[in-house]
Design a protein around this ligand. Structure first.
Ligand code: SF4
Length: 183
């Protein structure tokens, strides 16, 4: 059985991706590495939600370092970019690069990410970045397809998991607050 290190952005997104990869007969381990998330309380909420999912799904998950200030210094050049622009590209790259590094260290066969499950994220771009980093060892997937997003929402609701209302970084959080004020 081939081993896959799955980068996980949050508990909600994990459900359907894990289900799909297990159907492909992969042996999975998760990796929660999301230094983009701001503030730290929000990071903890998402980590705790994933811990609940870990038990339900019987999956082992390791946690990367939370260094939000380092993430900001890499991405602040693109702070004014809209969601889906260059900042997100950098953000995907940082997370996939670290997942690739850990996959090699653990001697796994492949790596991939739950990020493509979001209808707000460009799966083509994510897959391109993954391939650039890991070549054939990156499993190119589009988890939102075949009702993947709908399924993950249903499962997370069923188990009462915490569901965030912004992507994660300080810029996406501010955007959310601004749009609320403009209403
Ligand atoms: S909007 Fe989301 S993907 Fe884009 S930089 Fe922020 S956290 Fe990363």
């Amino acid at each position: 059985m081939k081993k896959v290190l799955l980068h996980i952005c949050c508990g909600v997104c994990a459900f359907s991706c894990i289900e799909k990869l297990r159907k492909e007969d992969f042996c999975l381990e998760g990796f929660f590495f999301n230094p983009n998330i701001y503030p730290y309380q929000e990071y903890r909420k998402r980590r705790e939600a994933l811990k609940a999912a870990e038990e339900i799904l019987s999956i082992r998950v390791s946690e990367g370092r939370y260094e939000n200030s380092a993430w900001i210094s890499y991405c602040k050049l693109y702070s004014a970019e809209p969601e889906g622009g260059k900042r997100c590209e950098k953000c995907f790259e940082i997370r996939l690069q670290e997942t690739f590094r850990l996959m090699q260290k653990k001697n796994f066969d492949y790596f991939t990410t739950t990020l493509t499950i979001s209808p707000h994220k460009n799966s083509f771009l994510i897959n391109k970045i993954g391939e650039r980093i890991g070549g054939e060892r990156f499993l190119q997937r589009d988890f939102k397809k075949k009702d993947g997003f709908k399924r993950t929402q249903e499962l997370s609701k069923q188990y009462g998991l915490y569901r965030q209302n912004y992507c994660g970084c300080v810029y996406s959080m501010e955007k959310k607050t601004d749009s609320r004020h403009q209403r």
